[in-house]
Write a protein of this length. Structure first.
Length: 452
């Protein structure tokens, strides 16, 4: 009986305790002053007594930023201010304290302008003007400064757009930094095929490369021995944005004149006479040249404009048979033999012809048609024949044993005029042969086709 009584008393005490806890909890909820928790993206950054304290701090941050930046700002994160009951919160933040905490955690986005290349944002700028300035700088960097060239088009190879964006303020870059980044771009290996006339120096100049750079990209090629058609590698920086320029260039060229030939029965065969001199014409050629980043890619002629018509040259050609004794202008070797002495300095004096060593009595022939002006003995020459070819040239044949022609005779090319010998100042049987142009000795080898 006593045990039963005790168990009932314990149950009553437990019930009374639970009721008291419920009463005090209710009273706590009624009489405890609530606080407000401030969260940014679910992260608790502080507590405030009133909700409007956090709201006012946020408004002040926004106002100050917009005043400094002169443009609207937004905070892309989720900012929450919620009521909370917690007897463990021993300190709440003042408006200054919560403001500083917000500054540390808030991301700031502003309205900016993106340089969008082929659908991808390359860089962000503070204003549309700055973005346009960059595009103009890129175009100006590669624009031809030659005043003779007429600009037809200048644009970008890629699809480049300026688009409005809301971006984090730290992503905004300076104009100068973006220009440098775009121009430097990335390195790209380019295969170059050498054209006729190309030199490594030309390639260095055209692509702005140092010799060491070309050597580095072609370790197995001797650059001093490259040939037309050979391929070499060039490591070139490829800008992020490429500028295409099309210009119209013009230049003058001469137009060659045509030659009209007419026959003449008063001129000998092989002779010609200019009846009317030709005059070259002039034309202006307009060419479209396409360049990418200042380097020519292709060109095509658009039109040609005749500035001056050429004047035809009229030439008469002779059909009259030429006398056999008339000079042809082409000399033959006067006799067969070994050359024993050439034209030029010999024994301290000038040797004015060439010597052919041969047996006495060998036929000596006229090198060309003409008139014999001397046949006889001259000091040093012995028996000599001199022929005037009546075209400014004269030939001499010396040291002969026998003369077959006389002064005044007309002879034809290849006609026998003497027999070789050893007369005059001679050290052995030979023919001394001279050619004189306007009375001045010249090297006969230069005028005999067989020596050419």
């Amino acid at each position: 009986m006593e045990k039963f009584f005790n168990l009932r008393m314990q149950k009553k005490i437990i019930i009374i305790i639970l009721i008291m806890i419920a009463i005090f909890s209710t009273l706590g909820a009624v009489f405890l002053k609530p606080v407000y928790v401030v969260k940014i993206d679910e992260e608790v950054i502080g507590f405030v007594e009133e909700k409007n304290i956090a709201e006012k701090a946020l408004q002040e941050i926004e106002k100050n930023l917009e005043g400094a930046l002169k443009k609207e700002v937004i905070f892309p994160q989720e900012i929450m201010v919620e009521k909370a009951y917690n007897s463990n919160i021993d300190k709440v933040d003042t408006i200054d304290e919560i403001r500083e905490k917000m500054k540390e955690h808030l991301d700031i986005s502003i309205e900016a302008y993106a340089l969008n290349v082929e659908g991808k944002d390359l860089a962000y700028l503070n204003s549309k003007k700055e973005a346009n300035d960059i595009l103009n700088i890129l175009k100006e960097n590669y624009h031809s400064k030659d005043q003779k060239n007429k600009l037809k088009e200048i644009d970008f190879v890629e699809d480049v757009k300026i688009q409005q964006r809301w971006v984090l303020i730290e992503k905004i870059q300076k104009k100068e930094e973006i220009v440098k980044y775009i121009l430097q771009g990335k390195n790209k290996i380019y295969t170059y095929t050498l054209k006729e006339g190309d030199t490594i120096w030309d390639i260095m100049k055209e692509y702005g490369l140092a010799l060491e750079e070309i050597e580095k990209s072609n370790p197995n090629i001797d650059l001093e021995k490259v040939k037309t058609g050979q391929k070499i590698s060039l490591i070139l920086s490829q800008p992020c944005i490429n500028v295409k320029e099309v210009v119209i260039v013009s230049h003058q060229e001469n137009i060659p004149f045509e030659i009209q030939y007419k026959t003449s029965n008063t001129l000998y065969k092989g002779d010609t006479k200019v009846v009317k001199e030709g005059i070259e014409g002039k034309k202006r050629i307009y060419t479209e040249v396409e360049k990418i980043n200042g380097i020519e890619q292709q060109r095509k002629v658009m039109k040609e404009e005749i500035l001056k018509e050429p004047v035809m040259k009229i030439v008469e050609r002779g059909i009259k048979e030429r006398p056999k004794t008339m000079a042809t202008g082409d000399l033959i070797i006067p006799a067969r033999g070994r050359i024993s002495s050439n034209f030029g300095s010999r024994w301290g004096r000038v040797h004015e012809g060439i010597d052919f060593a041969m047996p006495v009595g060998t036929d000596v022939k006229a090198a060309d048609g003409g008139k014999v002006i001397f046949s006889g003995v001259q000091n040093g020459y012995g028996n000599i024949v001199i022929i005037n070819h009546e075209n400014g040239y004269e030939t001499r044949y010396a040291h002969n044993s026998k003369l077959l022609v006389q002064a005044g005779d007309r002879v034809y090319k290849g006609q026998s005029i003497a027999k070789s010998g050893n007369t005059g100042r001679s050290t052995g049987p030979h023919l001394h042969f001279e050619v004189r142009k306007n009375r001045v000795p010249v090297d006969p080898k230069r005028y005999i086709n067989e020596f050419s």
